[in-house]
Design a protein around this ligand. Structure first.
Ligand code: COA
Length: 215
């Protein structure tokens, strides 16, 4: 961690952060959505930069961005994931893109499959006044296991304390064992059920959402 610098996001980072967003989740169960970064950004990155750039932190090594954390002090201030998804589908005409259509077809199939088996599927955003804040973190492969992720979390925890936040949650995947271990070390614990996430596959298998909370 000696040469990792963690700092707040600045408008001038925009292009480089977009590039990092595209590669930072590589090789992880959370790294692959529908393969169209521009629309994925409008759901999972842009709203955070607009709402509260002071809750967005970057990790830099030798002047290169290697990791980022997008935080939100109060999740109810963000448009819901469903709304953001609908907007992205329209703005980016996603239903005209064969690869994206494949993703949504698989998601529809998963929904039918879980209904048949009476299994739980992800629905709606997590909302609990005990843990109103949430975060996403992604560190590029070359900076994993170096302490960069911990340094990003330390900056976020300082921000939460400074804002007097009562608690923070996050959502990861049961199958993302490395991330779950990391979050547990950071003081988070599993909370609630583990519903199926439609459409996503990791190593060919379906994946399940895991909510974690930290008072
Ligand atoms: C999840 C993620 C943020 C965790 O970060 P990470 O750096 O991989 O965290 P790890 O716990 O695996 O690594 C920490 C390691 O760094 C080591 N470390 C900590 N501080 C260090 C320092 N100052 N110098 C060197 N190494 C250090 C720790 O000892 C630990 O090693 P160990 O596991 O052998 O004990 C990261 O793997 C990632 O971004 N993955 C891809 C995307 C993703 O899954 N995001 C989460 C979606 S919810």
């Amino acid at each position: 961690m000696t040469d990792t610098l963690v700092r707040s996001y600045d408008l001038s980072d925009r292009e480089r952060l977009n590039a990092l967003f595209t590669r930072a989740g590589a090789d992880s169960p959370s790294g692959e959505l529908w393969g169209h970064p521009a629309s994925e950004r409008t759901i999972y990155l842009d709203p955070y930069l607009r709402l509260d750039p002071r809750s967005v932190f970057l990790a830099e090594v030798g002047g290169e961005l290697v990791g980022y954390l997008t935080g939100c002090l109060d999740s109810s201030e963000l448009p819901s994931e469903d709304e953001r998804m609908k907007r992205a589908i329209t703005e980016h005409r996603l239903m005209r893109r064969p690869r994206v259509i494949g993703f949504f077809a698989r998601a529809a199939f998963d929904l039918a499959w879980t209904r048949l088996r009476r299994q739980e599927v992800v629905s709606g955003d997590f909302a609990d006044p005990d843990w109103p804040a949430h975060l996403h973190i992604n560190v590029a492969p070359e900076a994993r296991g170096t302490g960069a992720a911990e340094a990003l979390m330390a900056a976020w925890f300082d921000r939460l304390s400074e804002a007097g936040s009562p608690g923070c949650h996050l959502q990861t995947l049961v199958e993302n064992a490395r991330a779950v271990r990391f979050f547990e070390r950071m003081g988070f614990r599993p909370h609630g059920t583990t519903p199926l996430v439609p459409g996503i596959r990791y190593q060919g298998a379906r994946v399940h959402q895991l909510t974690m909370v930290r008072p």
